[in-house]
Design a binder for this molecule. Structure first.
Ligand code: HEM
Ligand code: HEM
Length: 199
């Protein structure tokens, strides 16, 4: 019967499969990419233009948006772990291993960058309520907790931006040079024509 088949395949679309990422992984990937674009655009405009009304809004939301990104990356890791046997498998080739290492480095930086910044904020002793949620109360200053982010928060963030540029470049190479259709794994399924087979 058609109905059970249709409902089970559409239910499965929110989970990953060996052919493509499901819509939860895609929403996390593209939603976070948009928030990272907001963070970096704000900081680049601040460096280029100094303090203007636009940069004030973007930089003013930097700490809450960065905190949200930390929450989202932890969710994303949990989701990736839960889908580890379903999602597109790691290829056992040098290129596949390089891609895995690149993704692991992206995850590491996505965690370390906001985490160090939050520790610095805590060490500053100032209260912090991202989006109105009281996360830190005012307390004593702890300079040793501020030192790591003072030393490397910006540096690691620019390194992340460079890695993202490399990531996008590799997606373009896959799409237009190797033409292996890997970009389509992180995009919604096309609805053209009748289904031609499983997957
Ligand atoms: C993953 C999220 C984040 C990214 C990608 C990011 C990125 C950046 C970038 C590119 C800069 C500019 C560095 C420079 O001027 O050379 C910066 C500075 C800054 N960020 Fe973030 N940030 C994130 C999270 C946070 C969080 C959660 C906080 C606070 C709780 C924060 C607080 C600051 C502060 C205070 C500065 C200016 C001082 C400094 O450069 O260290 N950031 N961030
Ligand atoms: C225009 C920007 C971007 C494009 C076109 C893009 C494209 C893609 C594509 C096509 C994949 C699937 C690759 C595969 O199946 O092997 C992917 C995976 C991935 N991307 Fe991106 N991406 C972008 C931005 C970002 C950003 C900003 C980050 C993080 C800072 C990121 C982190 C990842 C990670 C970690 C994966 C592995 C799958 C996962 O765990 O979610 N991407 N990306």
């Amino acid at each position: 019967m058609a109905i059970p088949r249709l409902s089970s395949s559409s239910a499965a679309r929110w989970l990953d499969s060996p052919e493509r990422y499901g819509w939860v992984s895609q929403a996390l990937h593209w939603g976070m990419a948009a928030l990272f674009a907001w963070q970096f655009t704000g900081m680049v405009l601040r460096l280029l233009l100094g303090r203007t009304p636009v940069t004030a809004v973007m930089v003013g939301s930097h700490a809450p948006v960065g905190t949200l990104l930390l929450g989202l990356v932890l969710l994303r890791l949990l989701w990736a772990w839960g889908n580890r046997h379903r999602r597109p498998p790691r290829e056992r080739t040098p290129a596949g291993r390089a891609a895995w290492l690149g993704h692991a480095a992206l995850y590491l930086l996505m965690i370390v960058i906001p985490l160090l910044a939050l520790l610095r904020h805590y060490g500053s002793g100032r209260a912090f309520a991202p989006f109105g949620v009281p996360l830190m109360a005012a307390s004593d200053k702890l300079p040793w907790l501020m030192a790591p982010a003072d030393a490397v928060h910006g540096l690691l963030a620019w390194l992340l931006l460079a890695l993202v540029a490399g990531h996008v470049l590799m997606v373009l190479v896959h799409q237009y040079v190797w033409r292996d259709g890997i970009a389509g794994r992180m995009l919604p399924r096309r609805r053209k024509g009748p289904p031609s087979g499983p997957g």
